[in-house]
Write a protein that binds this ligand. Structure first.
Ligand code: ARG
Length: 587
C-alpha cells in the first residue's frame, strides 16, 4: 500500500512555501487553493494577506510567483490575474505520473488513511420488534451504512449500534397473549422473513382485539408488564421469542438491501435496562434531573412548548418506569465510557431531533459527553411518493418495505433486459437486484439527508441523469473497453501531451481522496454521489473526444488512455462501494 500525495496537496505545499518566502511575516498562511475553470487551480489567498500586510495584492502575487519553480514535474505555468489571483496550470507529466501511482495502489487508489483515527459509534438501522419496518427505517439503514463505509475508508474505527425498539409496555399485551395461546407464533426456526412478519402481525392483531374487548385480559397484560420489568424468567423467555422472530424478519429485509448487519451490533433498548437505575440516580444526585410530580425530569431554558411551558425530558416516570430517554442516556454512558467513542452519530428521523437535543444536553450536563466527544443526530427527512405527498399505497396504507424493494428490482429487471445483449436469465436476475437496490440507495443518498425525498421508481431506474444505473453503466462500459483492448494494457506514458478532456478527468480522479475525507467529516454521502456523477460525465466526454480503441490511436496513446479508463473504473467501483452499491462487471 503506497499512498499518493494528491496533486492539489503538492501544489498547496509549493504555494505555501512560496508565500512564506515572499512574505515571511505571514508565517504559514493558506494560499486558498481550489479547482478552477480558467486554469487547473486558482489561489486567492493573496488578497486577504495583502490586505493584512497593507501591501498591493497584485504585487504580492507577483512576488509569490517569483518564488515558484515551474517545470514538467508539477506546475507548468502560473500567472497573476485579476486583483491578485494566481492561475495555476499543471504539467501533463505530473498528471499522468499521479495516475500511474494511483493505478499501482489497488483499491485504495493512493488515498492515505488518517494518521489519528477516532472511534465513531453509528446508531442506524433500528427497526422495532414485532412491527413492520417502514421507509424511515430504510433511510436510516441506507444512510448509516454509507456513512460507515465512508468513515471506514478514511481509517476511522466505526462501531455499529442497531438500537432496536425491543422494550416497552406494549410487550405486556403481546406476551400475555402468547402465554395464553402458545402456538400463535410458529416457534419454527426455519421460517422466512415474510412468514415471520406475518406471524407477528397476526399475534399483534389478535392480542389487540382481546386487549380491547376483555377487561380481565387487560389487567393480566398490565401485570405482565410488571413481571417483564422485574425480570421474571418465564416472561423474558416469551419476550425473547418476539425478538428472535423479529430478527428473522429484519435480516431478510437487510439481506434484500444487500447490507451486512452484525448480530453483536444489534444492541436494542433493552440492553440498557440494567444501567438505567444508575443513570437516574447519577442525574438526580448531581441535580441535573429533578423530581416533578413524582417523575424524574430534566428542564431546559430554551425548550418550551405550548403556553411557553417548559418541555422536560422524562428520565423516569412517576410509576418508576423508564422509557426511551433513559435508554438513550444509558447508551451514551456505554458508548463513551466502555466503547471509548470520540464521535456519536444517530441516523434517526429528523422528527426525533428534539429528543436528541435534550438527550445530548443532559449527557453534557452530567459530564458523560465531554468536549472531546461530538454527538450528532443526522436527522433525515420524510420519504414522499412521486406525487410529493407522504409515501402511501393507493389505498392510503403505509407501503411495506419489502414490496417496495421487490418493485424496484422488478423495474430494474425491465431496464436490464432491454439493454442486455449477452446475459442469461440468471445473470439478468442477479443484475436486476444490484441495479434495483442500488437505485433505491442512490436516490436516497444523492439528496442531502435532511431533505425530504421523492420515491419515484421511474426516475430512479432511468438511464439518463443522476442515477446509480447511469453510474453502473459507465462502469460496465469501461470494463467492456478494457476487455476489448485485449493485449493492450494500461500503461503510463508521462511524455505524452494530454487532451483537455484527459486533463479534466485526471484531475478529477486525483480529487477522490480529498473528497471522501471532506464528505466523511461532514457526514455528507451526497457529496460522494455528486463526485461520482461528475466523474461519469467527465469520462463520457473524454471517451467522446479521445478514441481509445476505435479508431485505433498509436499504442502509447492507447495505453495511456486505458490507464485513465482503468483508474476511472476503480474509482467508480470504490466510490459506489462506499455507498453500499454494487458495480456489475457487465450490464
Ligand atoms: N426504533 C426507533 C424508531 O423506530 C429508532 C431508534 C433510534 N435510535 C436511538 N438511539 N434512539 O423510531
Amino acid at each position: 500500500m503506497a499512498s499518493v500525495t494528491s496533486l492539489s496537496d503538492s501544489v498547496q505545499q509549493r504555494l505555501a512555501a512560496a508565500l512564506s518566502a515572499a512574505l515571511p511575516e505571514a508565517g504559514s498562511a493558506d494560499p486558498l487553493l481550489r479547482r478552477s475553470d480558467r486554469a487547473d487551480f486558482q489561489a486567492n489567498g493573496m488578497l486577504a494577506l495583502a490586505k493584512k500586510a497593507k501591501a498591493n495584492p497584485r504585487e504580492l502575487a507577483t512576488q509569490v510567483v517569483s518564488h515558484i519553480t515551474t517545470g514538467a514535474d508539477l506546475i507548468q505555468d502560473v500567472e497573476v490575474s485579476g486583483p491578485g489571483f494566481l492561475n495555476i496550470t499543471l504539467a501533463d507529466r505530473a498528471i499522468t505520473q499521479n495516475l500511474a501511482a494511483r493505478y499501482a495502489d489497488g483499491d485504495r487508489l493512493g488515498v492515505p488513511a488518517k494518521a489519528d483515527p477516532g472511534i465513531t459509534v453509528i446508531d442506524y438501522a433500528q427497526p422495532n420488534v414485532a412491527k413492520e419496518m417502514h421507509v424511515g427505517h430504510l433511510r436510516s439503514a441506507v444512510i448509516g451504512d454509507a456513512l460507515r463505509g465512508m468513515l471506514d475508508f478514511t481509517g476511522e474505527q466505526t462501531i455499529g449500534r442497531h438500537h432496536i425498539g425491543d422494550w416497552g409496555t406494549q410487550f405486556g399485551m403481546l406476551i400475555q397473549y402468547l402465554i395464553e395461546n402458545p402456538d400463535a407464533l410458529s416457534g419454527e426456526t426455519d421460517t422466512d422473513g415474510e412468514q415471520a412478519m406475518s406471524n407477528l402481525n397476526r399475534v399483534y392483531k389478535a392480542s389487540r382485539a382481546v386487549f380491547d374487548a376483555d377487561e380481565d385480559f387487560k389487567e393480566r397484560a398490565r401485570k405482565r408488564v410488571v413481571a417483564l420489568q422485574s425480570g421474571d424468567k418465564e416472561t423474558l423467555d416469551f419476550w425473547q421469542r418476539f425478538v428472535d422472530e423479529s430478527k428473522v424478519y429484519f435480516y431478510s429485509v437487510f439481506e434484500k438491501l444487500d447490507m451486512e448487519i452484525r448480530d453483536d451490533e444489534i444492541v436494542g433498548e433493552s440492553a440498557y435496562n440494567d444501567g438505567m437505575p444508575e443513570t437516574a440516580r447519577l442525574l438526580e444526585e448531581t441535580g441535573v434531573a429533578v423530581r416533578s410530580e413524582g417523575a424524574l425530569v430534566v428542564f431546559f431554558d430554551d425548550i418550551r412548548g405550548k403556553d411557553d411551558q417548559p418541555v422536560p425530558l422524562i428520565v423516569q416516570k412517576a410509576d418508576g418506569g423508564f422509557g426511551y430517554a433513559a435508554s438513550d442516556l444509558t447508551a451514551i454512558r456505554n458508548r463513551v465510557q466502555d466503547l471509548h467513542a470520540t464521535s456519536l452519530i444517530y441516523v434517526v428521523d429528523v422528527r426525533q431531533s428534539l429528543h436528541f437535543k435534550m438527550v445530548f444536553e443532559t449527557a453534557r450536563r452530567a459530564g458523560w459527553l465531554t468536549d472531546d466527544v461530538t454527538a450528532h443526530n443526522m436527522g433525515y427527512g420524510t420519504v414522499l411518493g412521486a406525487d410529493g405527498k407522504p409515501f402511501k399505497t393507493r389505498e392510503g396504507e403505509t407501503v411495506r418495505l419489502e414490496d417496495l424493494l421487490d418493485e424496484a428490482v422488478q423495474r430494474a429487471a425491465e431496464v436490464v433486459r432491454e439493454k442486455a445483449q449477452d446475459l442469461t436469465e440468471d445473470e439478468i436476475r442477479e443484475r436486476a437486484a444490484q441495479v434495483g437496490i442500488g437505485a433505491v440507495k442512490y436516490a436516497d443518498l444523492s439528496t442531502s439527508a435532511n431533505r425530504d425525498y421523492k420515491f419515484d421508481l421511474d426516475q430512479m431506474v432511468s438511464l439518463n441523469g443522476d442515477t446509480s444505473v447511469y453510474l453502473q453503466y459507465a462502469y460496465a462500459r469501461i470494463q467492456s473497453i478494457l476487455r476489448k483492448a485485449g493485449d493492450v494494457r494500461p500503461a503510463a506514458h508521462p511524455e505524452l501531451e494530454l487532451h483537455p478532456a484527459e486533463r479534466a478527468l485526471g484531475l478529477h480522479l486525483d480529487a477522490f481522496g480529498d473528497l471522501v475525507f471532506e464528505a466523511a467529516a461532514e457526514y455528507a454521502p451526497h457529496k460522494v454521489a455528486a463526485y461520482l456523477y461528475q466523474l461519469a460525465s467527465l469520462f463520457t466526454s473524454f471517451y467522446d473526444k479521445c478514441p481509445v480503441i476505435k479508431p485505433q490511436p498509436p499504442k502509447d496513446v492507447a495505453e495511456n488512455r486505458l490507464l485513465l479508463c482503468d483508474v476511472t473504473a476503480r474509482t467508480l467501483h470504490q466510490g459506489m462501494a462506499l455507498l453500499g452499491i454494487r458495480t456489475p462487471e457487465r450490464l
